[in-house]
Each structure stands twice: as C-alpha cells, then as structure tokens.
Design a protein around this ligand. Sequence first.
Ligand code: ZN
Length: 270
Amino acid sequence: MYARPPRYPWAWVVWFSAAQIGGVLAMACFSWAFGLALILGTQALLFWATLWPQSRLLSPVLVQLPASARSVWLTIDDGPSDDTLAVLELLDRYAAKACFFLVGERAAAQPQLVAEIVRRGHEIGNHSATHPEKWFWALPPRAMRAQIALAQQTLTALAGYPPRWFRAVVGMANPFVAAALKPLGLTRVAWCARGFDAREADSERVVARISLGLRPGAILLLHEGAPHGRSVAIIGAVLTHLAREGYSCTLPGCELDGLRSNTAAAAEPK
Ligand SMILES: [Zn+2]
C-alpha cells in the first residue's frame, strides 16, 4: 500500500548523483559508452518517473485501493466550477461519495461551492494553487512548494480541515513534489481508470475507457468544468454505468488505517 506521505523525499538525489558520478568515472577510466549510457539512462529514468503518473520511483502514490466489495473511489479534478452544484446533485441521486481535487485559486473565488461539497459529505483534495498545466512538471523546488502549500492553506481555511490527498497537475509529479508533500502530510493520488473526459466530450467513449480499468477498489479520474461543457452529462453516464455494474462510490475508510472514514453505498437513482 502507498497510502502515506513521502518519508524520504530526497532519496532520489543519492542514486541519481551516484549514477552521474559513476558515469563520469566510467567514461574517464573504463568505458566511454558505458559511462554515457549510465548518465543518460538515469536522466531518462528521472524524466519517465516525472511524466508517468503511476510511477513510485520519486514518491509513494496511491493508484488503487484494497477492496473486497464492489466499490470504487470517484475523484473529480479541476473544480470548483460552474458544474459543481449539478455534479453534487447527481452524486446525491446516486448516493455516491466523491473526492473533489480542487484548485486553490478557483476555490477561493467560489468558497460557497467548497462549503457545499463538504456539507454534503464529500472530501476535498489538493490539486495545486493555480493549475499550471503546461509547466507543473517542470517547476523548480520553490515554485512547486508554493503551488502545493498555498493551495493547502486556502483549502484548509475553506473546508475547515486540511486535505490529506494531493493530485499532481496532469498527473505529472517531478522530483520536487515529494519534498513539498511531506511537511503537509499529503499523500499523492493517481488513478487506475480514466476516461480522458477533460478533452473527450462523448460520454459513451468516456464510459468505455473507464470500464477498462474498472475493478473493486479502482480509483476513477473524472473532471468538472471541461471546456466542452459536457462534464455533468459524462459524470452522470459514468454513475449510471457504475450502478448498473453493481459498484458503489465510497471514500477511503477503514481499509486505510487512520484515514478519514466517510462512505456511502451507491444505489440506482431515486
Ligand atoms: Zn487538473
């Protein structure tokens, strides 16, 4: 299980530096090609770990929950938005609970939506202060810390409790994310089922893609406020599909020791 904040956020520096120094020494003393391969290979590994959302090389990341029953963890990114209230209505109709990964500045602009999410028993997660989707993967340590800490401060004030989950923008967590998460006690969360619904407007296609990763304990990634304007319809289609397949949407509870327990069984719409 990887449901915990990073313990050794700078551990990568040790193996990365050792490989770079080893590579230079190898080039000088023994094999030019081997040394170069070692240097470039470890750099490529670091780059891959940044770009691959489920990579555990740089920090622990939750990809799926242990589950004995047919339940999934629904996570909704990028809010709050003009869709939030309609999404909350939908979730209530299906007796489903979700975690909303909110952007700090969007939450500050619409605090009443954050309050409503919390009031209805859903959870709040940290999804950065300003959602810099083009550059989040490349942010240096200070800017990364500011993105995560600022959002944590805003969301804690609005929700009344500090979020314990963090989702990297576009899922890309570079080597400096772990050091920003550790002091805030944040655990990084990825997913094992996604529908690419931030771009995809066709709910059938989104449901088909989600189905590929659907299994007990799956973490589902969905979005609200997508530019195509179909987020509410898409989330509705996914909820219908989940109910038909006998899945409930619950929040991580007793299966993760010490984490917030807040579950509800999903049902067909009333
Ligand atoms: Zn996002």
